[in-house]
Ligand binder design. Sequence first.
Ligand SMILES: Nc1ncnc2c1ncn2[C@@H]1O[C@H](COP(=O)(O)OP(=O)(O)OP(=O)(O)O)[C@@H](O)[C@H]1O
Ligand SMILES: [Mg+2]
Length: 274
Amino acid sequence: MMRDLQEEHLGESLVEIRHATVYREMQCVLKDLSLCIPLGCSTVILGPNGSGKSTFMKLLTRELYPVAKETAAIRLLGRETWNVWDLRRQLGMVSADLHHDYLGETPGLEVVLSAFFSSISLYDHHAISHYQRAKSYEVMDRLGVASLQDQPFAHMSTGEQRRILLARALVHEPRILILDEPTTGLDVSACFQYLEILRQFIREGGTVILVTHHLHEIPPEIDRVVLLNDGHIQADGPKREVLNAPSLSALFGTPVELLQRYGWFQVVPAASVS
Ligand SMILES: Nc1ncnc2c1ncn2[C@@H]1O[C@H](COP(=O)(O)OP(=O)(O)OP(=O)(O)O)[C@@H](O)[C@H]1O
Ligand SMILES: [Mg+2]
């Protein structure tokens, strides 16, 4: 089904951002940023703390808007205007903000089901279908969190919470996943399981937009890398061109060496000469 959607939208752009300047309070966080990502082109936005990654994500989810000027424009899936709920139904999201929104008594199953309504909790007017319930059980089972269906979100470990949020992101079968540092709080095994699910999602035709400062979070299937440095695009291109020790040392403001194995990357401190 996802492949059908993919073919239907072949050539369509997922996001087109032109000359976006974004302020948070008095601070100019994104500076005249222009970026286009076609549907089907999974992309990682890599940058240090405070470089504007989460702010960029909020442009995609319509939580923030650029300063109005004639040259500024944001198109998502080819449209400039969206009902924000319609838009969010097309996306699966995992972020620290979403994580914080859920720190409460909501049981695991309700967190997952809430994806069908683009909401945080379930309300009386939400009629849950048999399909939605069955699908939620299926995805939770796949992610190893079926036993958490009645457990309040606040009473789960951080890793369990993240897996429940990934189940929420996947349950309504979106064709786009928007992930902001998704493996935060996951142990090695949970992190690898998470990454395997992302890889499968991409192989099946889904598009991932991932923002992170962790190179190990980038699955081999994501080839396009955008380096975001202090609200500017420092580089944008295929991994083999963009990821190298000098560019990453400049990005993170510290000398690093780049390690690569089987399509995965990691950085370590540059060898000391003394
Ligand atoms: N709610 C807010 N109000 C005011 N300023 C904010 C707000 N959120 C972020 N900022 C500022 O915007 C800048 C960019 O923040 P952003 O969260 O986009 O960075 P980031 O690249 O996601 O960093 P990190 O890797 O730490 O998550 C930071 O300097 C931050 O202080
Ligand atoms: Mg962030």
